[in-house]
Design a protein around this ligand. Sequence first.
Ligand code: ADP
Length: 490
Amino acid sequence: MADGETGELGRIALNRSDLFREQCYINGKWTGDPTIEVRNPATRGVIGRIPNLGKSETETAVAAATAAFPKWKSETAAARAKIMLKWNDLMVAHQEDLARLMTAEQGKPLAEARGEIVYAGSFLQWYGEEAKRVYGDTIPAPAADRRIMVLKQPVGVVGAITPWNFPAAMITRKVGPGIAAGCTIVLKPSELTPYSAFAIAVLAEEAGLPPGVLNIVTGDAEPIGRVLTEDPRIAKFTFTGSTPVGKKLAAQCAGTVKRVSLELGGNAPFLVFDDADLEAAASGAIISKFRNTGQTCVCANRLYVQDGVYDKFATLLAEKAAALAVGDGLVGVTQQGPLINMKALEKVEAHVADAIGHGAKILTGAHRDSHGGTFYQPTVLRDVAPDALLTREETFGPVAGLVRFKSEEDALRLANDSRAGLAAYAFTRELARSWRVSEGLEYGMVGMNTGLISTEVSPFGGVKESGIGREGSKYGLDEFLDLKAVFVQL
Ligand code: ADP
């Protein structure tokens, strides 16, 4: 073991060291030689290694999921729920270890990681309960001697690929409804944040999840992704990640006509009207913009502020952003961690340079942080040109760019002028406007007078190029169920 390696693990200081695994999980067995290094984005130190699996090992995992499916789907919903509720209990019981592991591999502040573990567990609990209510239908038939029923049945084996920004919740948001519905799963987490996935599998095993129901592979994304999107044994593919990769994977699914769910990039507009509660709007913007260092797909990306409150809001937001404590997430006071890697940092820098080049003024930040590496100062820019890169592309970093608008009509036009359609936010105290704006925004989710929109009880997902399907809520379960119409002639 290299010094750095001992150091990183030592710093995480797990109560239960067996939650840290460096192998993949296939058919209930830990497998594969750990060869790919995983680094802590805050310290750049090596945490450990993970296997570099490819096509044949992924096919083995698909075979295991295929073999496990008939028995798992025929279990009662109550039997599946029992395991899932215990699994959630275990996640909550080991919240601190799971959070520390997540912060080490992903960089988010410990408080956010702790919150994500509870949020992640909530999908296991909620879907464990909800799967008991997978009701079908009876339909009045067009003839007196016929009967028609609609059965809901699990789609089959599911392929899933998840990103690094929510290393636990993006997994359980797919695995929770999938497994509750009676499906079996082969999951490829991000190679940047695999240890949260492995730890979740350790607890799944402990909760009694049978071998083959959940399989986890890591390695070269392309060949693994090919199997998950092209193997005919897989009935459904579900992906959370960037729009270009999502489009490519959806196209790969076409050959075998899989059911596809995609949760892709957003470019969230955040509207502040003259009649808004400015303190609430600025706090909402901080939560929505700077959470996870701006690396969430629902982060406010473009802030449109009405003429009358523009200056006041800009000052308020800049004060709040400047007060955020930047640092290593494992240190208690930290409110903003590092960006995930250099590529992410370079994108942020390019967006800021482009905005300034087009006349934007710096209110706070706009440079790398003294912690070095991929740390970047919380940044607020005003007078951003409406067509700057910062407003056209998802920045995925801690940069709030303010654009001025005059009328409600202007605001909606600017907000809807995007191929993305995931989340949007608006702050106004006028009731009628809140309805007009909620209905006028072409987005899958609207936060009206709030910067927080994620919960397991509500459907999460986008329109336009932000995706297909919904995760969370009763609608999220439908994604893993097929409808079968049964006709009976009496
Ligand atoms: P992000 O910007 O979140 O890294 P990506 O779309 O690159 O977005 O990554 C999301 C997930 O997709 C990760 O698990 C990554 O490994 C995976 N991925 C990236 N490229 C491919 C690919 N060509 N085939 C399959 N999976 C991929």
